[in-house]
Design a protein. Structure first.
Length: 329
């Protein structure tokens, strides 16, 4: 994949969001997942800070210390800045919505810092962004940071399946490695709906870990895995109905895992008449749903979510992931 070019400061990094189509939670334990990047964006601008004694974030000196991701990258990352930086972020991705807001901050900021020194290989960017996000959250898989770095649609999972390999993320603390493969985009429009209930990835992942220790845990994990493989195959065939059915089955598994929420149920119920399939996307227990509308029903699906009180986006996977471009000095 095309590397990011050498880009001195000041510069701007732009990242898409993401939605997990199949395999959230199970991917933490090495099962495969399929992830869409989304054409809703976070933009990060970095200037060298003149004067002052600390980095500035959103115009405030020292505010970066209250953001765990910035703390990780500016304070202890593998490429810490030499001087003080002025970091400004604006985003269309609601925070804590399950739509990749943290990956879409971490990956472009990491890319900006790296690209000051030379061209950045996307596999390296995905690995470093994953380590920064995981260090800040304390848990997690590389799916989010990989999806926003790669753009389009990717499958992330154990090595060995056929497809165009993009890169591998090495194992961390006994989890992984994860191989990343490109999945061709069938060109559909998707609809995501944010409940307005912020999800808490760390807490939910920890609750799921306990749930998986029950007797049906291994069977549940295996069911997620075979569903993700069947779903990926259906996506490669461009079979909308089969993808929708796999989404519905994935949703049922997530509910069994205990990551449902009454607001998620409301949005799922409201959108169902318009879709081939709908599911919780991401950590759950709040956050968002992902729906695959029937052809021509995209607007009706988005309206149904809005009428049920959700924040709806009609989205497509952009072919390009994170990019960095120079700003005028
Ligand atoms: C978060 O977007 C998805 C989870 O599978 C956690 C992870 O993979 O890091 C719940």
């Amino acid at each position: 994949m095309n590397p990011l070019p050498l880009t001195p400061l000041p510069s701007r990094g732009i990242s898409p969001g993401k939605a997990i189509l199949f395999g959230e939670h199970a991917v933490v334990y090495g099962e495969p997942a399929v992830v869409l990047s989304l054409d809703i964006y976070t933009t990060v601008e970095v200037h060298e800070a003149t004067g002052g004694t600390d980095h500035r974030f959103q115009g405030d000196s020292g505010a970066w210390r209250r953001n765990p991701y910035l703390q990780e990258i500016l304070g202890k990352g593998s490429s810490p800045p030499a001087g003080h930086l002025d970091v400004r972020v604006r985003s269309q991705i609601p925070p804590a919505s399950g739509l990749g807001s943290s990956a879409a901050l971490v990956a472009p900021l990491t890319a900006i810092l790296r690209a000051r020194e030379g061209p950045v290989d996307r596999g390296t960017l995905a690995r470093e962004s994953f380590l920064a996000e995981r260090a800040a959250q304390g848990v997690g898989s590389p799916v989010d940071t990989t999806a926003v770095t790669a753009g389009g649609i990717v499958a992330v999972g154990p090595p060995g399946r056929e497809g165009e390999d993009l890169w591998t993320i090495p194992a961390v603390e006994g989890k992984g490695p994860w191989t990343v493969r490109r999945v061709p985009d069938p060109g559909w429009t998707w609809v995501v709906g944010y409940t307005g209930v912020p999800k808490q990835t760390g807490r939910t992942v920890n609750r799921v870990r306990q749930r998986l220790q029950e007797t049906d845990g291994p069977e549940l994990l295996a069911a997620f895995g075979s569903l993700a493989r069947a779903g990926e195959d259906a996506l490669r065939r461009g079979d909308r109905d089969a993808v929708g059915q796999c989404m519905e089955r994935n949703h049922a598994l997530l509910v069994r895992l205990g990551v449902g929420h009454p607001r998620l149920d409301q949005l799922v119920g409201a959108v169902r008449p318009h879709v081939a399939g709908v599911k919780i996307t991401g950590a759950g227990s709040g956050g968002s749903i992902l729906a695959l509308p029937r052809p021509g029903s995209e607007l009706a699906a988005a309206r149904a979510i809005a009428r049920a009180g959700g924040l709806a986006f009609r989205v497509r996977p952009p072919p390009q992931g994170v990019r960095v471009e120079p700003l005028p000095r």
